[in-house]
Design a protein around this ligand. Structure first.
Ligand code: SF4
Length: 197
């Protein structure tokens, strides 16, 4: 796996813009914006929905229970958390963890797309329905639920990222642990596609 821990000015520039962003109303209620974290040039990029209470409190992605499960499952598959970039479509927490609305997604979208361009991962893993919905709209992929498309790999043509792989959000796995084997299979698929270029 490619691993380059240098701080890229562009990614840091994007993070600084996110931290001071007031483009949508979510800026008013946040404690911290959560730009994401990970090495500059990562082969795998994980994108979830939006920060929750724990992430909002510390300004880091996927901390707390679902973050711990994500870390445990990816590391169990042989993917070190510090080797991948982890972020979300929305960078600020929606109140009561409600789903982001269309205007919030539209306002925030340029940040995750800029991160994707800058990091240029081989495989982009979307976590949950909101993230898949956003990227399927952006890249004209089938409009389906994650339950229908998880584990399928879509080749992307108009971006530096080669493949998109939808899977479940770890918060969903906490509620339904029967889905964990599927998630593990999807991590194995992500690793396999690193070798197909
Ligand atoms: S959610 Fe995105 S667009 Fe809205 S204030 Fe936060 S960083 Fe800016």
């Amino acid at each position: 796996m490619r691993f380059d821990n240098r701080l890229d000015p562009l990614v840091e520039e994007i993070a600084q813009k996110i931290r001071s962003c007031t483009k949508c109303n979510l800026a008013e209620g946040r404690l911290n914006a959560v730009p994401g974290e990970g090495p500059q040039h990562s082969d795998i990029m994980f994108v979830g929905e939006a920060p929750g209470a724990n992430e909002d409190e510390v300004g880091r992605p996927f901390v707390g229970q679902s973050g711990n499960l994500l870390t445990e499952l990816m590391e169990g598959a042989g993917i070190k958390r510090e080797d991948v970039f982890i972020t979300s479509v929305l960078k600020c927490r929606p109140p009561e963890n409600r789903n982001p609305d269309k205007e919030e997604v539209r306002s925030c979208a340029p940040y995750v797309l800029a991160q994707m361009d800058s990091i240029s991962p081989i495989v982009l893993v979307t976590l949950g329905n909101v993230a898949y919905d956003f990227f399927s709209t952006t890249f004209y992929l089938p409009k389906k639920t994650v339950g229908d498309v998880r584990g399928k790999v879509f080749r992307l043509h108009s971006t530096g990222c080669k493949f998109l792989l939808p899977t479940y959000h770890p918060a969903g796995l906490l509620y339904n642990r029967k889905l964990i084997p599927d998630f593990k299979a999807d991590m194995a698929t992500a690793l396999r596609y690193l070798k197909i270029q």
